[in-house]
Design a protein around this ligand. Structure first.
Ligand code: C6P
Length: 434
């Protein structure tokens, strides 16, 4: 499909009240849009509407500039050289860690381990906590809401160590069944690992309440998959009551291939390393090695230094806008989409009906159509959404489906775009069903 770049004629909807709801956006949409030049283009003559943010967000100029400035001025390897550029690169890498740790309200900067993203962070926890704490007959509690990145690593651990994987089910309106969670967590539970926000339903989970429930019943390690939480909600890791929080840069205006794991220092210290290599050692002997301090123990090899710089720039950007404002803005867009889509004949929306209980994720199906066909017809109208199981097969199974079409909003989307989605879906329905 031919793509040409030209200025969009669409007007932003600053401070516009959402039709049929009380929710209005606190964001200066015009100013935010200016920071994302990629959105100012047309696909086949139609202004692009990017609603695939749960898969990956776009990047503001500020993040692109920070990464480019690092490469133009400051690059060398970190923690190794005594020369000026090595000093600057190390300072950029470590001050970025400090910035992101502060953003999360971590108790201490070394609690932040850089990873390639959420998947690597969760694999790290599953492997290392597993080795330190999970044995034969122990139980690991996850849910049917998981992205595969918070499921398969625990499955592998359970197989390796002879542990038992237990699943919390979902209610009809897309919440975790907390009564069942309370029944499952007990003396044998070594790990409880759940999503902060579901990528396939949009549900925001009551992570603090769950922490209290877990602590009351067990001494399990409590892990949160924050891939869809950190980009959209204010996160204070101490307030969540969790032990580990995993997230990805590319979903929060930052670079791909970069993410982080926040973990309690005492737990990080007791865990064995994840991978061996340069940087993570203290001393190497013929028959064994000793490990560097946390977090370096978990960062084998030359790291993604520009990625760390980009993460810090993304955090600066999001903090400048304000995560509370981002969430309110997304609620306004979600309300528009939910209200409009519920008027489309034969359309079923998954997840909580109340926009306050979900992040800007709107998955839906239309009876008698395929999710892929819907997404393809939306693409022809310039609207980018994702179709499939969204790497959360247990979620679509739970609702008797194999796939959904998913629109997902972020801070730069507008109310008009949510309305274009509704119009586009109505048009797709007519094309597919007559
Ligand atoms: N979900 C989506 O379209 P990575 O790929 O490591 O950055 O993130 C993995 C991941 C883990 N948990 C949740 C809740 C997620 O949503 C994701 C990524 C994308 O929904 C790509 S499959």
């Amino acid at each position: 499909m031919a793509t040409s770049i030209s200025a969009s004629t669409e007007q932003p909807a600053t401070e516009r009240a959402v039709p049929g709801t009380e929710i209005s956006s606190p964001l200066d949409e015009a100013a935010v849009r200016r920071d994302f030049p990629i959105l100012d283009q047309r696909v086949d003559g139609k202004p692009i509407v990017y609603l695939d943010n749960a898969a990956s967000s776009q990047k503001p100029r500020q993040v692109i500039d920070a990464i480019s400035a690092y490469y133009l001025r400051d690059h060398a390897n970190v923690h190794r050289g005594v020369h000026e550029l090595a000093r600057r690169a190390t300072e950029a890498y470590e001050s970025s860690r400090e910035r992101v740790a502060r953003w999360l309200n971590a108790a201490d900067t070394p609690e932040l381990v850089w990873t390639r993203g959420t998947s690597e962070a969760l694999n790290l926890v599953a492997f290392c906590v597993g080795q330190a704490r999970v044995g034969h007959g122990d139980e690991i509690v996850i849910s049917e809401m998981e992205h595969h990145s918070n499921l398969v690593p625990w499955q592998l651990l359970a197989e390796r160590n002879g542990a038992r994987l237990r699943y919390v089910g979902l209610t009809e309106d897309g919440h975790l069944d907390l009564d069942q969670l309370a029944e499952l967590v007990g003396a044998r539970t070594r790990v409880v690992s759940l999503p902060h926000v579901s990528n396939a339903l949009g549900t925001i989970n009551p992570v603090r309440e769950i922490s209290a429930l877990v602590r009351e019943r067990s001494d399990a390690v409590y892990v949160l998959d924050g891939a869809q939480g950190a980009p959209h909600l204010p996160v204070d890791v101490q307030d969540t009551g969790c032990d580990f929080y995993a997230f990805s840069g590319h979903k929060m205006c930052g670079p791909t291939g970069m993410g982080a794991l926040w973990g309690r220092k005492s737990l990080l210290e007791e865990m064995p390393p994840y991978q061996g290599g340069g940087e993570m050692i203290e001393h190497v002997y013929h028959d064994h090695s000793t490990w560097a301090e946390v977090p370096h123990k978990f960062e084998a090899g030359t790291p993604n230094i520009a990625g760390a710089v980009g993460m810090a720039a993304a955090v600066d950007y999001l903090e400048g806008v304000g995560l509370d404002a981002v969430h309110e803005h997304e609620m306004a867009l979600t309300s528009t989409a939910l209200a409009g889509l519920s008027g489309v004949e034969g359309l079923r929306i998954l997840g909580p009906p109340n926009p306050a209980e979900r992040a800007g994720v709107v998955p839906f199906v239309i009876e008698g159509t395929s999710a892929q066909d819907l997404a393809t017809i939306l693409d022809a109208q310039g609207i980018a959404v994702r179709a499939g199981h969204h790497c959360a097969q247990l979620v679509v199974d739970r609702f008797g489906l194999t796939a959904t079409t998913r629109a997902s909003f972020y801070l730069y989307n507008t109310v008009q775009e949510a309305e274009r989605l509704v119009d586009g879906v109505e048009r797709a329905r007519r094309i597919l069903l007559g």
